[in-house]
Ligand binder design. Sequence first.
Ligand code: PSV
Ligand code: MN
Length: 388
Amino acid sequence: MSTLTADHLSALAQQGIELPSWAFGNSGTRFRVFATPGTPRDPFEKIADAAQVNAFTALAPSVALHIPWDKVDDYAALRTYAEDLGVSLGTINSNTFQDEDYKFGALTHHDERIRRKAIDHHLECIDIMDATGSRDLKIWLAEGSNYPGQNDMRGRQDRLQDSLQQIYARLGQSQRLVLEYKFFEPSFYHTDVPDWGTSYAQVAALGDRALVCLDTGHHAPGTNIEFIVMQLLRLGKLGSFDFNSRFYADDDLIVGSADPFQLFRIVLEVIRGGGLNNPDVAFMLDQCHNIEDKIPGQIRSVLNVQEMTARALLVDREALTAAQTANDVLAANGILMDAFYTDVRPQLAQWREERGLAADPLAAYLASGYQQQIADARVGGTQAGWGA
Ligand code: PSV
Ligand code: MN
């Protein structure tokens, strides 16, 4: 099977990938943050840029916000602004990693004043969700320790559960909590939510509307991420993806750029587990564009996800099952590789044209003049950045 069928194309037409507002701000490493002309200066301008990605690809109908980076006085106005541009406001990300008080922990802190402050921040995020119409509260915790003996890891785990229970209790019936894990950084000895198992244990104790968020960059090198995807889907606990790609650590590079085959394998398990176009499994990006232009970087990203989804859809399931059942190792592997090596780009280009989109969204965006327009218009003020 090497041609996308009508069923495949209609599955692709339903695909929606949420963009992170912070991808449109300046970002960098601890060595340097390079500024780019036209970088947004406030959340409204970030939304406007995100809407461009959707306009050229029809793949990115929502934008995630990060609080306090995207704090505004009037969330209803931000929501209307987004909707007028054809996108909605999506996941609200909390942030307990940039405040002096949180140096030694937030939701796990032994100091009740600080833990209360961190819980209250999440309650404020839920108030924002009420105003933006967002479904998901995403929590990633920069908590842990650097030295053996520094902390009582067990006590921190218990306090984390208590904090999460208080946050979960405030969620509305149609709202969810997703807990993201990451194996290290900023802590280097222990991290309070380092792996999917810990995240699973914490959210399972909360209830049905608490799920795991899997950030593809948050695993040790060599980890079989698609196995984790399979297991979380099997357990009904995969709430969302933060897609990006990495060579070394949490590189936050364009999804599918470092290892397209890994992205293919992940999406294959998503399809196998019923997670594709399933509203219970959110596809999001969590990326930073340090040296490339941000809007083209996001366009390339969503196209990469679409392309690997198309290739994964091409896997001949019947033939694969037959080969697996016959223990025909090489045939089974060959079926996967045939799909992976199929160039779906001409068919996707044609499909786009049929929907009134440009065959090559990246080229169309570059020719549109938008990049120059924002570079000219957005002078003065302070450019938004990762962390601001
Ligand atoms: C942490 O590394 C993380 O993956 C979390 O999702 C944060 O919200 C995001 O990156 C910030 O860039
Ligand atoms: Mn993430």
